[in-house]
Design a protein around this ligand. Structure first.
Ligand code: ADP
Ligand code: MG
Length: 323
């Protein structure tokens, strides 16, 4: 048995790497970073993952390290910001070296892939809770906002949506998936891909954007309210993975329209920008699909392939409204 890890050994061993961007990184009372250039703005966002709420006890720590950063990078993607630096505040029930090794591996693999630097944080004993704050940079005035959608805009979504909800349903016992479908959808739920490159490529093209974390229609609702517009959504045009295409129609719709945790980008852009959006998506190696349009008339109208209006029963997740 080796001696138990103390708080400062733990920080030094797993979370301290040479500072690059920071003048001063992990180890002092504050991190020090150069201020952004005069023509740039800082984009800042925090997201917390709580055991029992966002992940199940016993979840693989490498996947958690990935996901904790991925969901934060997704917020930078949604405003079109370039990842810059982040902090990590964590509560852990114990200093378990194997858990920490896996967590740090997952975290830094994604951090290095996006060239974002860990500059500090806090570590305390408690129920497992991972809270990251990310800093990004965006040219002044070019951030993609929820409030910029305009009547006549196309509504687009990246990748495919619904797989994370399909995986969750299996884990909750709502339905049973075969082994290959479990493998494919668990990967989507546990190791989401933040659409950072696409977000950057959409600057100057998209009028509004949000990342899909609570559910496609719920997150669209934020764009509609903040832009004071409405939308028509073609329910069955939502891009689905092969796993989801094999599911019964009602389940597929539920997963795609109400399911969260996909971390795709939902955005609007004028029809004149269609070709440019397609080029941007190709450059970002991220498929995008048109699923509707923005209207001046407030509210959300959901229609099927024959133009029939569907009831919108697809509210998204709300931590204080749901059990
Ligand atoms: P203070 O008591 O001044 O808040 P701490 O003793 O909590 O400082 O932390 C010591 C140093 O380690 C600080 O630079 C802090 O930013 C950093 N730090 C603490 N926990 C983490 C972590 N999980 N990841 C990265 N840096 C951390
Ligand atoms: Mg502290």
């Amino acid at each position: 048995m080796t001696a138990p890890l103390g708080e400062f050994d733990l920080i030094a061993r797993y979370f301290t790497r040479p500072a690059r961007r920071a003048f001063l990184g992990v180890g002092d009372d504050c991190a020090l970073l150069p201020a952004p250039a005069a023509d740039e703005q800082l984009a800042i966002s925090s997201d917390m993952l709580v055991e029992g709420r966002h992940f199940l006890p016993g979840a693989d720590s490498e996947a958690l390290g990935h996901k904790a950063l991925a969901v934060n990078l997704s917020d930078l993607a949604a405003v079109g910001a370039r990842p810059h630096a982040f902090t990590l505040a964590m509560a852990l029930p114990e200093a378990d070296a194997r858990w920490l090794e896996g967590f740090a591996r997952g975290l830094f693999a994604l951090a290095d892939a996006h060239d974002i630097e860990l500059i500090g944080g806090d570590t305390t004993r408690g129920p497992r809770n991972l809270c990251l704050t990310v800093l990004g940079l965006v040219p002044r005035g070019q951030a993609l906002l929820r409030s910029g959608a305009q009547p006549g805009d196309d509504l687009w979504v990246s990748g495919t949506v619904g797989d994370a909800r399909l995986a969750l349903g299996h884990r909750l016992g709502e339905w049973a998936l075969d082994a290959p479908t479990q493998a494919a959808t668990f990967l989507r739920m546990d190791r989401p891909t933040p659409r950072v490159t696409l977000g950057l490529a959409l600057r100057g093209l998209a009028h509004a954007a949000i990342d899909v974390s609570d559910g496609l229609l719920a997150d669209l609702g934020h764009i509609l309210r903040q832009s004071r517009v409405g939308a028509v959504v073609q329910a069955d045009d939502c891009p689905a993975s092969a796993s989801l295409r094999d599911q019964p129609l009602m389940r597929r719709r539920l997963c795609q329209l109400a399911g969260g945790d996909d971390y795709e980008l939902l955005f609007t852009a004028p029809p004149a920008a269609r070709a440019a959006v397609t080029v941007a998506a190709a450059q970002a190696i991220t498929p995008v699909t048109r699923i509707g349009r923005i209207d001046a008339e407030p509210g959300l109208r959901l229609i099927d392939a024959s133009g029939q209006v569907l009831d919108n029963v697809y509210a998204g997740f709300d931590h204080f409204r749901m059990p």
